[in-house]
Design a protein around this ligand. Structure first.
Ligand code: ADP
Ligand code: MG
Length: 720
């Protein structure tokens, strides 16, 4: 193969084939290495332009590029884009008719394809790898390569198999290089990818993690207040389109419901998206969001891998994510058009408990795996039979079997029904290691929330780009407290300013002190909670008086973490009498606080006397409420009303069952009471009832009015 690789030739291809004027940062170097035939690992953030880094070299090298991709949506998207450029592309996946796959193979064999997209499991189809090996490939690109690593957050067992097929596909001289591409790979994952794919003298390209147009806020919000804060944030049209990540399917549904029915009187077109919805619904949500009909998607992590929406302005995490990799990928979906976007991570102590629960569910105790393992035999048994015979619940059984398969304790075939045979005994060890790794990853998330370091810098460092981690972003809540939207900072009180001075004196003349030691050595600080003291230190760091650094030491074989606190030059220069201006973290901005039910009602004056909020225009401003009928949950109803309430409750039960949601998601008790009291006769009267917004009127209006009128169809006034 004669391979063009001088700059003019590459720039020419970039223009003529892809229509781009210039390479983005990093792209050209990667293309060059690939064209030369080097194996490489490319780690660049989502949206940075990784695809071009295999596509252009593929064309330069000539022949067919094999692209392995984990998701049908991704494959379809990329294939369509290449075809639109006039390139010859085919894809093979389970969503296509047999004939399409046959044609793709024929085209491949006669050499007329430039790109062939396949899912990894395709290689397991007998004869398929052999068919591919009949021709020499230009290169092999493995997209979303982090899926290969069991440390990665999207681990796909089928990706693990790739390593064994690659040698057969790249035999002979000038063999096809293997290009592994991902947006998310910590150093551990990077090493795992290289090893699993058996890369030969690989080059690593890792850069571009910094996103200049993402302003990150990390805010402590009590769980019951999160829905309200989200609804109020997103009520502002400029903050949409938005993705909200919920911690469970149930929460996603509830939140979507609350958003589309927000008490602010403004309906937000929101929908839930999670793996428990049927394919049709998910498709509808995805395309609706893409097309702009839906402005907010409340999702579990299942959402987003295939999303290519450029103008997402806000990403909110309604709870702590399990890993920083997942978190970064999720917030990275905001602002791909380059426009400024904000992301909010809400957390509180309660998240830790939730996470322990999920960890236990996703990584069940070894005993449960053992239970399933013991039932496996050398001869294949149908999975269904084992499931029925197991003492474990259905979900527990499936989870245990899935883990066994991943760790080699069980082998599944692809027959129908699926059958399983016993595997090796090594699973116990690797499983334990993985569960431990997961727990540590979550600890990193926790530390991220408590650090007083620039958010972007902390993330960039986490991804292994140490060089780029020293520059603060200037726009996150740590860099720019006054610019924070949700997180509230107040000016330090006199006593706190006093304490700050004492801290400076305490640090004078020593290299550093551990935060804990420092607090104990100060009389006044000893009375503060750990969190309050951290808040003060954070404010001092923000003001440039001190620097903090995470450190660790080992004691009795255990790693212990602590924070080093030291004076900066500015801190050293501070003398008695100098004014100190400190901004201390203080929960969330009044405008966004309170439970969702309380929206529109008079506020309880949370901004206590003495608090000088940095957003004086907002604090205590209160929103003009929509005219909602006052309702009292405990109100007594006359007998007639009781009968109506009972009928509504009965209807509500049936509706909840049909929608598979808890009854209160359909309607709260106090809304039922209010309906029975006021007996609304038109959609307009319905809307005046607390707990009923436009979405509910649209969905249930007819039924409710029917019930209130004493039977379906009677007494409907003003119904369109
Ligand atoms: P990634 O895979 O890294 O998430 P993609 O490869 O999908 O990102 O690219 C993101 C977007 O950037 C695509 O729309 C792509 O066309 C565009 N893009 C890539 N390289 C360039 C370039 N050199 N100039 C302009 N646009 C580019
Ligand atoms: Mg990509």
């Amino acid at each position: 193969m004669t391979i063009p690789s001088n700059s003019d030739v590459l720039a020419g291809l970039l223009r003529s084939v892809f229509g781009f004027a210039r390479f983005r940062v990093g792209q050209e170097a990667v293309c060059r290495a690939a064209i030369k035939g080097r194996d490489l690992l490319l780690v660049m953030p989502t949206g940075a332009g990784k695809s071009l880094c295999y596509q252009l070299p593929a064309i330069a090298r000539g022949g067919t590029a094999l692209v392995i991709s984990p998701l049908i949506a991704l494959m379809e998207d990329q294939a369509a884009k290449l075809a639109a450029l006039g390139l010859r592309v085919a894809r093979i996946h389970s969503g296509l008719e047999r004939g399409v796959a046959r044609q793709a193979c024929a085209d491949y064999l006669n050499g007329s394809l430039q790109f062939l997209f396949i899912a990894p499991e395709r290689l397991r189809v007998p004869g398929f790898a052999q068919m591919l090996a009949k021709r020499k490939l230009a290169l092999i690109a493995i997209d979303e390569a982090h899926c290969i690593s069991q440390w990665g957050h999207d681990f796909r067992p089928d990706y693990r198999m790739l390593g064994q097929y690659l040698p057969g596909l790249r035999a002979g001289a000038d063999a096809a290089p293997v290009l592994a591409l991902t947006a998310t790979a910590t150093p551990t994952v990077q090493a795992d990818i290289l090893a699993q794919l058996g890369m030969v003298e690989p080059v690593k390209f890792i850069h571009g993690f910094r996103r200049e147009n993402l302003a990150i806020e990390v805010v402590e919000v009590p769980v019951p207040e999160r829905a309200g804060a989200i609804a109020r944030l997103l009520a502002e049209p400029g903050r949409r389109p938005a993705i909200v990540y919920a911690t469970s399917r149930k929460n996603a549904e509830r939140l979507a419901e609350e958003l589309s029915d927000t008490a602010w009187g403004r309906r937000i077109a929101a929908a839930a998206y999670h793996a428990g919805l049927d394919a049709e619904t998910r498709e509808r949500v995805q395309t609706g969001f893409q097309a702009g009909e839906l402005e907010v998607v409340v999702a579990t992590i299942a959402f987003g891998m295939g999303i290519d929406k450029a103008d997402i302005r806000t990403v909110i995490h309604a709870g702590l994510p399990a890993t920083l990799e997942g978190y970064y990928q999720e917030i990275g979906r905001a602002g791909r058009d380059g426009g400024m976007s904000r992301t909010y991570l809400m957390h509180s102590y309660a998240d830790q408990r939730t996470h322990d629960f999920f960890l236990n569910r996703d990584y069940p105790p070894v005993g449960q795996l053992m239970e399933v393992f013991k039932a496996l035999r050398e001869e294949a048994q149908p999975v269904e039979e084992l499931r029925v015979g197991s003492r474990l619940g259905e979900e527990e059984f499936d989870k245990a079997l899935e883990k066994l398969e991943i760790h080699g304790g069980a082998r599944m075939d692809f027959g129908s029904p699926r059958r399983v045979t016993v595997g090796g005994t090594g699973w116990k060890k690797t499983y334990a290691v993985q569960a431990q790794y997961r727990a540590e990853q979550f600890e990193k998330v926790l530390r991220f929330t408590t650090q007083n370091e620039c958010r972007m810098a902390a993330l960039v460092r986490h991804f292994g780009d140490v060089e780029d981690a020293s520059r603060p972003c200037g726009v996150c809540d740590v860099c720019d407290p006054a610019g924070a939207v949700l997180r509230l900072f107040r000016r330090a009180a006199a006593a706190e300013r006093e304490l700050a001075r004492a801290i400076v004196e305490e640090l004078r003349g020593v290299a550093y002190k551990a935060a804990g030691t420092l607090q104990r050595s100060l009389g006044g600080a000893a009375r503060m909670s750990r969190g309050e003291f951290d808040g003060l230190l954070g404010a001092m760091a923000q003001a440039g008086l001190i620097e903090m650094e995470e450190a660790e030491y080992e004691k009795d074989g255990e790693v212990r973490r602590f924070r080093k606190v030291r004076l900066t030059d500015a801190g050293r220069e501070m003398r008695a009498g100098n004014p100190v201006e400190l901004l201390i973290s203080d929960g969330i901005v009044e405008e966004f606080s309170g439970r969702v039910e309380a929206a529109g009602r008079a506020k309880k004056g949370k901004a206590a006397a003495g608090k000088e909020a940095t957003k004086p225009g907002l604090a205590g401003a209160g929103k003009a409420g929509t005219a909602k009928a006052e309702t009292a949950a405990a109100a007594r109803l006359p007998a007639e009303g009781e009968a109506l309430a009972a009928r509504i409750r009965e209807w509500r039960g049936a509706e909840a069952k049909r929608l598979r949601v808890p009854a209160y998601v359909v309607m709260h008790d106090r809304t039922v009471t209010a309906l029975a009291q006021t007996r609304p006769r038109s959609p307009k009267e319905l809307l005046a009832i607390d707990g009923i917004g436009p979405a509910k009127v649209e969905k249930f209006g007819e039924a409710i009015l029917g019930l209130c009128a004493g039977g379906p169809g009677e007494g409907m006034q003003g119904w369109p």
